[in-house]
Design a protein around this ligand. Structure first.
Ligand code: ZN
Ligand code: ZN
Length: 429
């Protein structure tokens, strides 16, 4: 592990970033109310759309732009913006067919936003409280200008305020933005506040549409980048339970090519404390982490990122970032901003062998007589890769970026997806 800091960072003392990392957190029982709520963040399974205005067209499936067949859901992310008035859920689908890989249109994202009266009330209450606090503070300052109130200290400048985990993370705080606290895998108790949001007019897609099964919860952690000088110690230490195998894979990937952007991508994923299993990165209004300088999308968003950097220089992606080519919201015309991206660990979680059309996980054979069946399955997959392009295969992207409406306009609408397809690197001789 080379002791340089992650690409995009300007300081080697980086610690917490504004990015939330989402990690798989156990299967969602099909019987749980969470499996039919737009307030649950999950990967695989079926999406649930909130009760939408009659004008919004809720799809009965989402189809691939290439083969026009229904696609399985990759992720449903419940992410109401802090201080906003809406429930916001973002959905990403991708075609699993071999022939549709690496073709634009085979990955699509949609967003559902509905007004949430609880948030509206909460925003008003917070505003009133803040005004009261400010008035009191002014009063105190007037009386004694040399007294500093610790209450007046802002809670950091992170995008999410106190950086409460979004979308159904393990949070015991009463923060309404972490609403679906019940999405912890251990809990199946219905959440009252959620029930009041999800009325009977929610729509959950269902069999025989294809889906990766079982659906899995997503929980979030804040991205904390281990300072490089501590990293070697950490990675050799007890932290290994976090995914030694993944680390080895990343290490192998690093040795393959000489691409600063790609190296930065791998290091950033690898360098997050407890984040080795991240499948999704979330930062509304932030900057995506590009995957490779060899992709057209990277060159579009980070013009100049492909230029070699000097020996002692560091690639500063934030100075290159230019999202001006991202089209505006198709529904309200507002600017779209970066919202989330999928990273390749998701591909190893959502395997073609877990696709089914009956709402159940394909039977995983265990025990003594499973070896033969496993071989049969591998043979079938190998045949699919060479002959049947109509068959499902492993996805072949490096990262999938979703840009969503900055204004969070109410309704159901397709958002802009940018894909950096998988790049093959020549092995270094
Ligand atoms: Zn397709
Ligand atoms: Zn909009």
């Amino acid at each position: 592990m080379s002791p340089s800091s992650p690409a995009g960072s300007s300081s080697s003392s980086l610690a917490y970033t504004n990015v939330l990392l989402a990690l798989p957190d156990g299967p969602v029982p099909a019987s749980a109310s969470d499996s039919k709520s737009h307030c649950t963040s999950l990967i695989g399974g079926y999406p649930t759309f909130p009760p939408l205005p009659a004008s919004a067209k809720v799809p009965k499936d989402v189809r691939c732009g290439i083969c026009h067949e229904p696609m399985p859901l990759l992720a449903q992310v419940y992410c109401p913006p802090e201080g906003g008035e809406n429930d916001r859920t973002v959905y990403v689908w991708a075609c699993a067919r071999v022939k549709c890989q690496k073709r634009d249109g085979s990955i699509r994202a949609f967003r559902a936003s509905i007004r949430n009266d609880e948030y509206v009330r909460d925003v008003e209450e917070k505003r009133a409280a803040a005004e009261k606090e400010a008035a009191e503070e002014r009063e105190r300052a007037r009386k004694n200008p040399f007294t500093l109130s610790s209450d007046a200290q802002p809670n950091g400048s992170t995008l999410f305020g106190s950086a409460q985990p979004l979308f159904g993370a393990a949070s015991s705080s009463p923060n309404p933005f972490a609403a679906p606290a019940s999405s912890l895998s251990s809990s199946v108790t219905p959440d009252i506040s959620k029930l009041s949001i999800a009325s009977s007019s929610s729509t959950t897609l269902e069999p025989p549409l294809p889906a990766y099964q079982p659906a899995q919860y997503l929980s979030t952690i804040e991205e904390y980048l281990i300072p490089p000088d501590e990293m070697d110690v950490e990675s050799d230490g007890e932290d290994d339970e976090e995914g030694g195998a993944d680390d080895d894979n990343l290490e192998k990937m690093l040795n393959k090519g000489a691409d600063e952007v790609f190296d930065g991508f791998v290091r950033r994923l690898e360098g997050a404390d407890g984040g080795a299993k991240q499948v999704l990165r979330y930062e509304l209004g932030g900057m995506p982490l590009p995957y490779s300088s060899a992709t057209p999308l990277c060159r579009k968003l980070f013009p100049g990122a492909e230029k070699p950097v000097g020996k002692d220089e560091e690639l500063d992606l934030s100075s290159l970032y230019n999202p001006s080519s991202i089209p505006a919201c198709g529904q309200c015309g507002s600017k779209r901003t970066f919202e989330l991206q999928l990273v390749p660990t998701l591909i190893s979680v959502l395997q073609p062998s877990s696709l089914s059309t009956n709402g159940e996980a394909p039977k995983i054979t265990k025990g003594a007589n499973s070896e033969a069946e496993r071989k049969k399955e591998l043979a079938r997959l190998a045949a699919a890769a060479t002959e049947g392009a109509d068959e499902n295969g492993e996805m072949e992207w490096g990262t999938v970026m979703v840009f969503g409406c900055e204004k969070d306009c109410v309704g159901f609408t397709e958002e802009w997806v940018g894909v950096e397809w998988e790049v093959s690197f020549e092995p270094v001789q």
